[in-house]
Write a protein that binds this ligand. Structure first.
Ligand SMILES: [Fe+2]
Length: 182
């Protein structure tokens, strides 16, 4: 059975993020469900960025000619995405600024996906063996099983979604193994 390699696994996340942006835009302005989808996006994107930092970037740095510069550029893009996510944490769907932050995030995620899919992924594919790409794919897939999902609204007291605790930071700690249970 064919299992997805690292490039395919990460591209799936990019498509899932695009689908969540579409869902947000399809909901009426200020609808609370926009915030729920934004929380889903936060969990997806933080998990994705941590997985790329742990498995994709080291492989690109080691195997791709000029990989260190590519990784540096990618890390700067990811830093911008995480800064926007942190701002978004503190906005409800009805807050002024929520829609602008979602638009900014969509542009940043689109730039991230584009530079990976057009530059980094093809370079990695041509520098790694199929086995290496499959092994990295398995690691990324495993990381996906560690990420929490957004709790049901009835569990809104869940600490994961309490704005004061910093969802992005708590997720990063949890997923990179530095934190305790969220
Ligand atoms: Fe990515």
């Amino acid at each position: 059975m064919h299992s997805l390699d690292v490039v395919e696994e990460l591209a799936v996340d990019h498509r899932e993020a695009e689908a969540l942006f579409d869902q947000i835009r399809a909901l009426p302005p200020a609808d609370a469900r926009r915030k729920h989808r934004a929380d889903d996006l936060t969990i997806l994107l933080v998990r994705h960025i941590v997985a790329e930092e742990e498995y994709l970037h080291p492989a690109v740095r080691e195997q791709v000619a000029g990989g260190a510069a590519l990784v540096e550029e990618a890390a700067a893009e990811d830093g911008r995405i995480q800064a926007t996510l942190k701002e978004l944490e503190h906005h409800q769907a009805h807050d002024p600024g929520f829609d602008d932050l979602v638009d900014r995030l969509a542009a940043e995620v689109s730039a991230h996906a584009e530079s990976q899919e057009h530059r980094i992924f093809p370079a990695l594919r041509s520098s790694c063996t199929t086995d290496e790409l499959q092994t990295l794919g398995r690691k990324v897939r495993h990381a996906k099983t560690l990420a929490p999902t957004r709790p049901h609204p009835a569990e809104a007291s869940n600490k994961l979604l309490t704005p004061a605790v910093g969802l992005v930071d708590r997720l990063r700690d949890l997923l990179s193994g530095r934190g305790h249970a969220v």
